[in-house]
Design a protein around this ligand. Sequence first.
Ligand code: NAD
Length: 367
Amino acid sequence: MSTTQEPKEITQTSGSVIKQMSINNHEQVVFCNDNETGLKAIIAIHNTVLGPALGGTRMWAYNNEAEALNDVLRLSRGMTYKAAISGLNLGGGKAVIIGDSKKIKNEQLMRRFGKFVNSLGGKYITAEDVGIGTKDMEYVKMETNFVTGIPESMGGSGDPSPVTAFGVYMGMKASAKFAYGSDSLQGKKVFVQGIGHVGENLVDYLVKEGAIVSIFDINEERLVECANATGATIFKGNDVYESDMDIYAPCALGATLNTDSISKLKCSIIAGAANNQLEDEMLHGKMLLDKGIVWAPDFLINAGGLINVYSELNGYNREEAMNNAQKIYDLTGSILKTAQAENITTIVAAKNIAEKRIAEIGKMKLS
Ligand code: NAD
């Protein structure tokens, strides 16, 4: 995966680690250090009621440990919701390695990290995230079996991004059905922000369906390549949020939905792959509701990648993974209808379903 994506979803916090863990009820946080390889990592396990905590490892040059801790706590919690709402028997976890992947990442460091993952005995299963690729997972695999997203040549499922893109496409179509009465995206003006691994696959689906697609990425080369390959138009304006669009698909950064951007957006639907799109879940979820913009919850419609690596745990089957990702269509439709009927935000409607499943399975396990 590309390393150009800045993990925006960071707000620095202070105070004791256990106090921070208790805010969202994290089960376990493991700090890993190895002077020999320079490895400094944090593994956060948010919830294991439904199963082992699965979530990728992000490598990023955080400014300080507090930033890294905050990022891993937020991301691991998101994984709990993603797995629960997708009906997977997985809990939520995530890991971060502190450092510039271009400078300090090597075989020794990744294998040492693999040993730490292994020491958790399967309570945490790792995968790729920003700054980490399938080659790195090969090194991790040398030290532990608790790893997914390994190359197809090694019996794994490879890059999960195409399945993620398909799930996002399904979520977008379901949102169109809800907002317009038809799920056809033909002639709809869709703006895709971020033409990375997921974005470029999404653009492909959209162009093939006859949507009018405009794209933007800070990586100029990638942008031109994607435009030439798909026929999408490169956005040339000053402010992407003010541009004329029916559907906004954030596929780059988190937190692009904030007070400033929402006040400018004129679209009717937001459906994209980026994690943690709402800068403030409650405040900005409500702003979208009040503006009448349909927001497809990110952890719901970008779950295709998780669905894909989950399939790898039981002997990878691409067709089964795609069929399961297709279910995002019905689920999105049902959550949008529930939110409307109960006059609640779509994020609250989605979280209610995820939390209910965790509570019910938890009770069943106890009994
Ligand atoms: P990626 O790193 O391959 O692509 C991200 C792209 O965004 C890059 O091309 C980058 O240049 C671009 N970008 C960065 N800042 C930008 C900006 N300010 N404006 C426009 N473009 C910018 O990542 P990806 O794998 O395609 O994932 C995209 C998003 O989806 C991420 O937020 C990721 O966390 C999320 N996600 C990905 C998967 C997956 O399977 N890959 C699964 C779930 C969620």
